[in-house]
Design a protein. Structure first.
Length: 167
């Protein structure tokens, strides 16, 4: 098992940047704030892009991996659609702003997804397990991260357009 310093030294710079962005977004989410609608799209865009990237990295490993990814994406999308509670959001469509209640959920969600992907990447990168055993888990986590945010975005867009978010 590699030590922490070896792991950190072999971690690409973009992973540290991504961690900092996700941590900052999670910490910002702790406080109640009013934001432009586009700012609510940053975390979903990051996770959807990372989820698609995770699939693209593994496409040539097995013909079944896209199926695992799609299944995870579908389940997570449905879970986000039905599990997203937007009752505390207060939109101002004229200003394209939304008041968002503070919550620890964005921070926890961001860190769980980040560290799941990071741990799998470490295990694959350092050969701690057979990659063909880890690839399905890796693409499933990628599908879950993309799917959750796709479901959340669709739910948010639907409710925002209809004005169903209580003001």
């Amino acid at each position: 098992m590699p030590n922490l310093l070896t792991i950190l030294q072999n971690t690409p710079i973009w992973v540290f940047v991504l961690f900092a962005i996700l941590l900052a977004l999670g910490l910002i989410g702790l406080r109640t704030r009013t934001v432009q609608v586009w700012r609510l799209l940053v975390a979903p865009a990051v996770f959807i892009a990372w989820g698609v990237y995770g699939l693209l990295l593994r496409l040539d490993a097995s013909a079944l991996l896209p199926l695992y990814w799609a299944a995870a994406l579908a389940v997570a999308s449905l879970g986000a659609w039905y599990g997203t509670n937007l009752d505390s959001m207060q939109p101002d469509p004229a200003q394209r702003r939304v008041r968002v209640e503070g919550s620890i959920f964005p921070l926890l969600r961001n860190m769980v997804l980040f560290f799941a992907k990071y741990a799998i990447g470490i295990a694959i990168g350092f050969g701690l397990s057979d990659p063909m055993t880890l690839y399905p888990v890796d693409v499933a986590v990628s599908g879950v991260s993309a799917g959750y945010f796709i479901g959340w975005l669709l739910r948010f867009a639907q409710r925002y357009r209809k004005g169903a978010i209580p003001a």
